[in-house]
Design a protein around this ligand. Structure first.
Ligand code: BMA
Length: 295
């Protein structure tokens, strides 16, 4: 599988006139609901000490977005003074659940990342559910859209692997187990992280992820997990599905980065929303019929 970039990329750029998102907009969650694509994206202002807030943008066609003037979600609790980063959205039982990285320490200190959970019905008011993997230096958490064998299921990254965990209430998680690891001598040799919440297909759970090599280049990859036992990896494509090639992926606040947090199903395609060089948001698509050709 390979992704095809939208010619009009990037779909969202920093807005100089808007203090809270003047430096970078990137790493966006995405959900397609009621005929609209919603993005919930990470935003940083030029003079905001690299503290991330979340903005909301809406589109009918998945390419042309209307951004709102104010952030919809920002650091408020004592576990996130240094930012709310890299959100992912999963619709479960009529509510949008948002997993995000809560920063309790400075972004560059290299520690203090915790997985936090919030929920909303309208992207205007949000309910906080707190830190859901306490004591774990962890990020890149994605929730499955339904219970499997009676349990809620989540993938997340405990360096440098992807783990699975199970829960009865979305708040308390246990039975952590490694399900996927970096591959030696590969583009994903140094660390990997779940990208978008897994998508149900007839053949299994389709999961897009990011992989990092020894030169810190971020690329995107694709995997398939068993429908009834999501701890079981069925297929993992050898080659990346997207790698930094365009200027907006090669040059930016952090160069050589493509980073996915949201994928939606619309018409006959998957739309993959990704951050380019930690500065802009872009989209690339793949026809559903071609998406599973790596299996
Ligand atoms: C990761 C995360 C992402 C970011 C990426 C590349 O560790 O912090 O938010 O896009 O690095 O800089």
């Amino acid at each position: 599988m390979k992704l095809t970039r939208y010619q009009g990329n990037p779909v969202l750029k920093p807005r100089k006139e808007s203090k809270w998102e003047s430096k970078a907009v990137f790493n966006s969650a995405a959900v397609y609901d009621g005929g609209y694509v919603h993005l919930l994206y990470r935003a940083i202002g030029e003079y905001e000490n690299y503290i991330s807030k979340l903005g909301h943008a809406v589109s009918k066609d998945g390419y042309n977005f209307k951004q709102f003037d104010e952030p919809v979600f920002e650091p408020r609790e004592d576990y996130e003074p240094f930012g709310c980063e890299d959100p992912r959205i999963t619709k479960i039982e009529n509510k949008f659940y948002i997993t995000y990285t809560a920063l309790s320490k400075r972004a560059f200190s290299g520690s203090g990342n915790r997985v936090a959970l919030a929920s909303t019905k309208d992207f205007k008011t949000f309910q906080r559910h707190g830190i859901i993997l306490p004591g774990m230096e962890d990020k890149n958490a994605v929730l499955f859209p339904e219970r499997i064998n009676g349990k809620y299921v989540m993938f997340h990254r405990f360096m440098p692997d992807i783990l699975i965990s199970y829960s009865d209430d979305l708040i308390h998680w246990n039975d952590h187990k490694i399900i996927m690891q970096p591959r030696k001598n590969s583009w994903d040799c140094s660390k990997i992280g779940a990208g978008a919440p897994p998508i149900k297909t007839e053949d299994g759970w389709l999961m897009f992820y990011h992989g990092v090599d020894e030169k810190k280049v971020y690329r995107l990859g694709v995997t398939l997990f068993d429908l009834n036992d999501p701890a079981k990896l069925l297929a993992r494509q050898d080659e990346p599905i997207l790698e930094p090639e365009e200027d907006y992926e090669l040059y930016g606040d952090i160069s050589n980065v493509v980073f996915v947090c949201g994928v939606i199903e619309k018409d006959d395609s998957y739309y993959v929303y990704y951050g380019g060089a930690d500065t802009v948001i872009a989209v690339a698509t793949v026809n559903k019929d071609d998406a599973l050709d790596f299996v």
